[in-house]
Design a protein around this ligand. Sequence first.
Ligand code: AGP
Length: 369
Amino acid sequence: EAIEKGGFEHFMLKEIFEQPRSIADSMRGRVRADEGHLRLGGLRDYVDRLAASERIVIVGCGTSWHAGLVAEYIFEELARIPVEVEYASEFRYRNPIIQERDIVIAISQSGETADTLAAIELAKSKGATIFGVCNVVGSSIARATHAGAYTHAGPEIGVASTKAFTAQVTVLTLMALTAAHKKGTLSETLFRQLLAEMEHIPALVDQVLQKAEKVKEIAYIFTYAKNFIYLGRGLNFPVALEGALKLKEISYIHAEGYPAAEMKHGPIALIDEDMPVVVIATKDSSYEKVVSNIQEVKARKGRVIAVVTEGDEQIRSMVDFVIEIPKVHDILMPLVSVIPLQLLSYYIAVMRGRNVDQPRNLAKSVTVE
Ligand code: AGP
């Protein structure tokens, strides 16, 4: 087992550190930015249908559902196709409206999640076209779909999903770019620019991983916190949900993720000097709004850990701790901003003496209802 862990103390840490490679693997043979080339072989016969679709419904559970929320923003922004994201477990039991023209994208690392599989069967029976985004080749979900793209992240052993999430987001972004390019909702210049930035993501993720020691120091300070709040806006909102889920799963600390502006509609009542608040506050279109949200938290003595864009002095002067990440196009931000949150949850769980790779009550794939 020590050999399988490749010198890391846990599979989860190994998988976090594998992300520069696993993200590159998800793009391998699919992207050549210098040639403006993007090709998802598994969708070959379905590109026209995807580009012409009037609605996409995404189904998944847990972390895969979070990847779906990221994809919702990206598909709508780039391809101007309306997207709905559903928990597979809700979708399957509520007689959803699905039409033959709809495309349903099922996201699953294991490809064996019972609720996601049942959601696919239901959508299929209503005539929709089903795409899969799976990590495990030949899995039940991969076999049940009409077409799809594997994430190629390699085996994920840690129960808490890390590299599978970034691989899912990578592949879903490639799908959205494929649709937008075909549809003509994206200029050739921006298309090529985004492909080039995607090719650069593994190097940026590597830069964030170099900050692990800094994240560890923050984890030490908050090891015994009883609650955490995670805030983000836009594409960083699903990242906030994912950060909170990671912390809950492996450290057993109660954590909630919210869109930052929703705070004043309730959760702000929870803020006091004992409440750590992780804010993903990168320089994007909602930056100024997030700055005001941080002020609201600080005014109530909350302790703020902010994930910021390199060189951001404004937020540094307002908060308790900052973790800097490199600048990247807004659309690609989740691939970089999720990394420090994965590390934070990992180090807190280790410091609390938790069984990081196999947390209590959880299974790697949920094959029963
Ligand atoms: C993620 O850290 C969780 N262990 C869990 O939420 C997981 O993402 C969910 O069960 C879905 O699994 P799947 O991707 O294999 O379908």
